[in-house]
Design a protein around this ligand. Sequence first.
Ligand code: ASP
Length: 358
Amino acid sequence: MGAAAVPALAQTGGAKNIVIASSNGERACAKAMEILRTGGDTLDAVVAGVNINEEDPADDSVGYGGLPNEEGVVELDACVMHGPTRRAGSVASIRGIKTPSKIAKLIMEQTDHIMLVGDNALRFAKAFGFKEENLLTEKSRLAWLVWKQSLRDPRGHNNWTDGLDAPHKQGAGPGAALHERFPGVDPELLAYAWDRAIHPPTGTINCLALNTKGEMSGTTTTSGLAWKIPGRVGDSPIIGAGCYVDQEVGAAGSTGRGEENIRVAGAHTIVENMRHGMSPKDAVMDCLKRVSRNYDHDKKRLAQFDINFYALRKDGVYAGGSLWSGQMSRGKFSPRKFAVNDGGASRLENCVYLYERS
Ligand code: ASP
């Protein structure tokens, strides 16, 4: 099928205001919709939306309060793409700035480059008046300390020797003396920290918007993989992986294990799938199958990570899809969802998925 398979706006009754995001994005979608309703730009809308998560110390996957790298330092990645001008901006491994999506947008708007990284990205942000701040909260510092401590335990997670891309170590239990090591810490908080230590979380917000003029934009922002090796960059700031927008076709983005997404250039793949006539749902499912194929569809290995994709076509049709039907956290199963706002209150909808998590 050719490009003609993408429904023209005229045939679908015109574009509408619609915002979709990862499951942590209900507030972001509502904020972005507020801006779209007043005729605001789609990129201004999604960036203002995700700024809520970036500035929220309770969201431990994005911006301020995000879980840090191995050395206890928060390093953030983000990108933006503006459909109408077909421009992009990106920042990786930036420290000390709560809102990396704003820096990615600034790079897009103020420079002839697309991506800045590390210390020089911070210097650039400061030149534009951004304040350098400590992004570690007491909660994320405790989670990091517990992770550090867990390295004493052979079952503890370690970027250098353990994981999907490195040989596995065998080991025993979680370390019974944890409470003794952290006396006086609220048991609930310690349970959270231990869960984070042994299951280093990924978490991010991707947000995509379409307005009544048919304009589209997207952004993805994250603190990346918890306990990462300093300098590790995930998919979020990679244009074509963490986010991609083609004004003629649609937009896509991703959250979850970035290494898998980079291997399939997920957001670009999904937009190309839609260009060639697939529905957003089929486009997302095809991308998930490519991830699965990279592990020869071995569910044992695939079970070790999560990855999610979001797609919004130019005619307002959208989908969210995940590798697994849901996730286990601290013994509880929750189904995979994504956030949508098409004018009323934001809501969570179910993701389509490739495999059932038992
Ligand atoms: N994709 C992000 C990364 O790998 C993390 C996430 O979305 O959870 O850095």
